[in-house]
Design a protein around this ligand. Structure first.
Ligand code: NAP
Ligand code: G4F
Length: 362
């Protein structure tokens, strides 16, 4: 039985990858961090599985990494842990660098110090943010990097240190340069999930308006569940190499918004420009989407489109298993159900409070 260690197992990708590897028969280990509240929602359904194990470790703490890696001696490590929010990296640049850059070095050194350099394969979660202020469209493995945020600069170090250890120590370590991938498990402050959740809340009368930043930003959005398969394929490849993982299709934030609202039965029309642009409900004339400069970034990456030819050709991966339209529908349907469940639980609580007040329930 192969064993895998996933850092960042509580995140969107970590949770899908854990499910994928358990299905493949792996012994799956994941690192978690101590938190005063329970953030294990995405992996709660896996706890109790006989081949699923959790360990405390932090990418900022070499000792914890050496301890976990030395104990498990994994065949494969998937380093997904990161401060992954680009806008937050402008507010917490030093923390982002420590985790997203030096954290990768800590993993590589822990593997070496535990004597696993020859046996353990390492996947590094690199990103299309490396292309940043893009110098070519579409972007492939050959496109020059131009990182454009503290997050991207930190991830660029991660990319290069992986390449360095591959060449210097002959280690099997690779980067997946993944373009944006989303899902019903996406963090609620990333733009796609923020939109699908707002569409569901607005439809069900729980929110009046959605405030967004740059509506014209273009992204190549795929489905996270499809992308974790590629992480695994990269480590099963004969040679350690880096791969671009993307759909090869591009849409704007505005288009994502229109499609998400369409899925809840609201047709949005955008009028105006820049900070004055508004998304208006065609049926009622009500303004449902407005621009807020709070969500502008000091520097923004605005034109990401990946060329997944190498992954298709060499890994046999299908980049369009889930279409853009299907992805938006999956996310909207999940959020409609989530909001409906929250409303139902609020209704039960309100009824109970009323019964208690009237003395009906004692
Ligand atoms: P995510 O949902 O934000 O998950 C990040 C994970 O990293 C969480 O489990 C988090 O743990 C953990 N983490 C954060 N700081 C840590 C630290 N100091 N020590 C240990 N663990 C830490 O991110 P994701 O969307 O799944 O992305 C996974 C990886 O792919 C990230 O490295 C991200 O930068 C990269 N990436 C993502 C995309 C995308 O579109 N999703 C595209 C390209 C690359 P807590 O739950 O405790 O916070
Ligand atoms: O959803 P986002 O925050 O994702 P971003 O910045 O592309 O980063 C994500 O994808 C990267 C891969 O390219 C990962 F490496 C990274 O870890 C993360 O998963 O923003 C997408 C675009 C940006 O241009 C942003 O300016 O949407 C624009 N946007 C417009 N309004 C907004 C908003 N982004 C957010 N988060 N919130 C808004 O209200």
């Amino acid at each position: 039985m192969k064993s895998a260690l996933i850092t960042g197992i509580t995140g969107q990708d970590g949770s899908f990858l854990a499910e994928f590897l358990l299905e493949k028969g792996y012994d799956v280990h994941g690192t978690i961090r101590r938190s005063s509240v329970d953030f294990r929602e995405r992996i709660a359904h896996l706890e109790g599985h006989s081949r699923f194990h959790l360990h405390y470790a932090d990418l900022g703490d070499s000792m914890s990494l050496i301890q976990v890696i030395g104990k498990i001696r994994p065949d494969e490590i998937y380093n997904l842990a990161a401060q992954s929010h680009v806008q937050v990296s402008f507010d917490a640049p030093e923390f982002t660098a420590d985790v997203d850059a030096t954290g990768v070095l800590r993993i590589l050194e822990a593997v070496r110090q535990c004597g696993l350099a020859k046996t353990c394969r390492i996947y590094q979660a690199s990103t299309s943010e490396l292309y940043g202020k893009v110098e070519q469209v579409p972007q492939s493995e050959k496109t020059p990097f131009h990182p454009y945020s503290p997050y991207a600069v930190a991830k660029l170090y991660g990319y290069w240190i992986i390449k360095e250890y591959r060449e210097a120590y002959n280690m099997f370590c690779c980067s997946g340069i993944l373009f944006n991938h989303e899902s019903e498990r996406r963090g609620e402050t990333f733009v796609t999930r923020k939109i699908t959740l707002a569409a569901a809340r607005i439809k069900q009368g729980k929110q009046d308006k959605l405030y967004l930043g740059n509506l014209s930003s273009l992204r190549d959005w795929g489905y996270a569940k499809d992308y974790v398969e590629c992480m695994w394929l990269i480590l099963q490849n004969e040679k350690p190499e880096d791969f671009v993982i993307a759909t090869g299709e591009q849409h704007s934030v505005r288009e994502f918004c229109q499609l998400a609202f369409h899925n809840v039965g609201i047709e949005l029309e955008f009028k105006g420009e820049g900070a004055n642009e508004k998304g208006i409900d065609k049926a009622t004339g009500k303004v449902l989407v407005e621009v807020s400069s709070d969500f502008y970034r000091p520097t923004d990456v605005v034109n990401l489109l990946g060329d997944p030819s190498k992954a298709k050709r060499e890994l046999g991966w299908n980049p369009t298993k889930t279409s853009f339209e299907q992805l938006v529908k999956i996310m909207v349907d999940a959020d409609m159900a989530k909001v409906a469940a929250e409303r139902e639980s609020e209704r039960v609580k309100t009824n109970l409070a009323a019964y208690l007040e009237k003395g009906i329930v004692k």
